[in-house]
Design a protein around this ligand. Structure first.
Ligand SMILES: CC(C)(COP(=O)(O)OP(=O)(O)OC[C@H]1O[C@@H](n2cnc3c(N)ncnc32)[C@H](O)[C@@H]1OP(=O)(O)O)[C@@H](O)C(=O)NCCC(=O)NCCS
Length: 155
């Protein structure tokens, strides 16, 4: 079905930071500060952006935790560009990139109330493994989702 529009995924660079921070602020009630978004460039990370018509419309970050565990840290799409396949393209590219860095398993946390993101992860083959009580600053619980790389559904 996807892509419904022309989506280009590429590695993020420092020059994208301002736009990434803008998307972050428009996507989360508790956005990562710019300093943290910058710090991920200096970690063993997969850091990618999605462009449509030459404009950055979304980004995703994953980091390697231990040798074979890829942690999906964040994924966000400009609110005006959602539900057109950008999040799906970002998530699959991020998993590909983490796999190329050695990841065989993937993990992420998502707000219990975030049904759009939960559906995205479920569609990509993630399974809900448990909850972390009061994970977020406002007290909301996190759902923990995991994926084994060898059971990824067809993209
Ligand atoms: C979650 C998010 C990244 C999805 O991005 P997107 O570009 O809209 O997603 P896509 O268009 O690629 O949709 C892929 C799948 O995600 C799910 N999905 C996306 N938006 C949805 C919505 N509003 N309601 C229900 N399911 C949704 C669907 O399963 C969809 O597949 P389908 O269209 O075949 O049903 C986006 O909503 C976002 O940036 N949200 C705010 C930030 C956030 O919550 N990030 C996740 C933090 S853990």
């Amino acid at each position: 079905m996807y892509p419904s529009k022309d989506i280009n995924i590429r590695s993020a660079s420092m020059a994208d930071l301002e736009r990434i921070a803008e998307i972050e602020r428009s996507s989360f009630s508790d956005p990562y500060p710019s300093g943290l978004l910058k710090a991920f460039f200096f970690m063993p990370s997969a850091y990618i952006v999605a462009e449509c018509g030459g404009r950055v419309v979304g980004y995703a970050i994953g980091i390697m935790r231990r040798e074979t565990l890829g942690h999906i840290v964040s994924i966000a799409v400009d609110p005006l560009e959602r539900q057109q396949g950008v999040g799906w393209a970002l998530l699959n590219s991020l998993i590909d990139k983490l796999e190329s860095m050695g990841a065989k398993r993937f993990r992420l946390e998502v707000r219990e109330s975030n049904s759009a993101a939960k559906r995205l992860y479920t569609k990509a083959g993630f399974k809900e493994k448990g909850k972390i009580k009061g994970y977020y600053q406002d007290g909301e619980d996190a759902a923990v989702f995991v994926l084994n790389g060898d059971v990824r559904p067809q993209k």
